[in-house]
Design a protein around this ligand. Sequence first.
Ligand code: HT7
Ligand code: ZN
Length: 874
Amino acid sequence: PSPIRLSEYRAPAWRVERVELDFDLGIDASEVTARLRLRRDPAQQTPLRLDGEGLELLAIALDGQPLDPGSYRHGDNQLEVDGAQDGSVLETRVRLQPAANTALEGLYLSGSRETGFLLTQCEAEGFRHITFFPDRPDVLASYTVTLRADRKRFPVLLAGGNPEGAGELEDGRHWARFVDPHPKPSYLFALVAGRLEKIERDYVTADGRAVKLVMWSEANVIDRCHYAMDALERSMRWDEQAYGRNYDLDVFHVVATHDFNMGAMENKGLNIFNAKYLLADPDSTTDDEYRAVEAVVAHEYFHNWSGNRVTCRDWFQLSLKEGLTVFREQQFSADMNSPPLKRIEDVALLRRAQFPEDAGPLAHPVRPAQYSEINNFYTATVYEKGSELVRMLSGRLGTDGFRRGMDRYFEANDGRAATLEDFLGALGDANQVDLLPYLVWYAQAGTPRLKARRDYDAARREFTLTLSQHTPGTPSQPEKHALPIPVKLALFTHEGRMLPLHLDGHPRSGDTELVVVLDKAEQRFVFREIDAEPVPSLLRGFSAPVILESHDTPAELALLLRHDVDGFNRWEAGQQLAIRAYEALREGGSDAAIVAWCDALAALFADGNVDDALLAEVMTPPGEVELAEREREADPERIHAWRQELQRRLATRISAAALLQRYRTLAQATNGQLDAASQAQRRLKRRVLELISLLDAAQGQALATLQYEEAPSMTDRLAALSVLVRTDAPQAATALAHFRDRYVDNPLALDKWFNVQTQRRGAASLASVRELERDPAFTLKNPNRVNALFGAWARSNPAGFHQADGAGYRLLAERLAQLDALNPQVAARLATAFNGWRRLEPVRRAQAQAAIAALAEQAGLSRNLTEIVQSMLH
Ligand code: HT7
Ligand code: ZN
């Protein structure tokens, strides 16, 4: 099929004003009756065409009259109806088969036939798997939903909106009705039915609405919902305070499921969560996962305004809701936790996931110009880079200006389906600035490279910074434009003091930090009254999503690592220094950069004043994926070996004795508490244990075994298990068997058991994966399990996955074909693990290409997977 293009957008010829949906729910068969009140655009003469896929049509009537077969046509994906008029009511009845739905899109069964529950997933185009409808986000309707089902099998019946009655029916059946007063697009529709338990909390919004917050899960895990409930309350308060946004229904339901394609879904009034991002308890949840639960709960809640009250006109505008909501979540998480650590984590994710996407065959703009399958565009580019673009806009306007702009955006677009132009227009209008130049960022794929040259003129006491930009071509956009790039900067003396900045042509402010905007190919910025050559700290806080190429010496980077007050740039100086050290090691030249990195980190390690969590991050060199990005012909096994060697040098420089002493101090303070200091200690302890095991594997393994046995938290337990597995410890098998036994009934913990074993080195990881897929607990039907095994292996263990004989590629390609037949969304997402294949060294490149090509040739692949593998090969 030909792709959908942004340039071909047309307003809908038919809208739906009101929807009444009646569900007769059953596991094998459910029937859906839909009554749609239609509105016609008088300017368009198009016949009424509704989307519908996999629906068995049982009955159809227009304005109360059953239609004869000559007056409608039911094709594979469409229903065309003659005779509809403005104001007509179309009634259809269809049958669905929830238990047979393995794609987890539309109405499906989570869990077993005996005890599982029914639920829906409609974003992006799942509603058309439930009923006939113009399934596009610019059709906003008000919904009345009535659910009917057997009371014993489905005691809980939920849909979005406010409850409007419930009662008994004959034969042990019952019903419940929900009315949503806020017009919404079909992708925000949801229902849940089954045996579920709940926890509740009363909440009063800042504008005085009493809201019942209810979290639902299967009975055995309901006690694990309390942390998420607290996070929800924090999110609601934060959105009131930071953005003046209040919740707008009388109830807010949140449901956990183990069978989910993505992280969570913001359905109006009825959020549905992958259990991974809702359930948490100290025995089975790591610190990182606690933070992820808080972040995802916040993200989905924030969608209530950025996404639901103001939605997207079409799916090209996806980042309008996703980039904005990621940004709002990042602000919230920074406020709840440590701002520099949050920034470090977010930028690390951007570099690990989005930069490679932007540099590979799947590169696309934050607002793509075309797609074949929209589910393939829920990407790091749309989400993470999209958030960076909002961050740049917010930086441009300042805190108050951004808030003013957001108020204007919400006010002007409430109840509407908006575009990125509406967003930039509202932000700009409220502040009398033209933000439209930033639209290029939304339209252009690829990561810009920012070059910084510097020149110091001692006689004139002038420091000149020359910034230039270049964005390499991407598959569908060989030529690129210059972008507005805000560069936040400071200048340091060699003693580590920040200088007041007198930028030529600007009023003297005495500020020690400012933002210059590069909006041409090249620009010079002259700073006056500089007494000695300064050390610049550029792109502070990562003020733009670019790759900075500067020529700082190792000594200058070490100075910033020691003195920069911008926590992010301090870490960044360490990362850049680590890259220099890594490259020196690889090239076998001078040791200067290695020594500089090791000395600087050893000094920080000895300095008792650095926050433990920040220290752990600073002591971690860029990951293997990021290092591979810098190479034209990458050999993942050698990258792994060099990175290990670099860390071994660091461990040696710090010394075995100092590491051991710090480990013992941290181990003595060990507890299972969740406060920031305890989490930071665990983070550093893990790093120190890894370094010890690089110097002396047996000692590291002995410590890890003890840590595993005595761990009061999952964070410590898993960190220890990971060291045992990665170092191929003799104690690993016992610990793994113990872990499996302990968590056999906890799918989320069992996912970690699968995940950790994919991290064995080299060919051993392939053998592990083959063995693990024969484990009775493995199934291709569960996305979390698939990701815990194949996703973790292919993405987080490059040295293991990229075997030179191509066996890893062939295994993944074979499983992708099988998975695709069950769940195309998950298969297509997993296939993106092949993304970097073109930049592998020639032997692996040929093997990868052959495996992807063989996959592409399989008959009957889904549109989802076809689009990914075809883009990958072209
Ligand atoms: N808006 C949601 C994105 C989504 C999704 C969720 C579950 C399953 C399939 C899905 N397709 C798209 C999640 C979010 O960004 O909040
Ligand atoms: Zn989202």
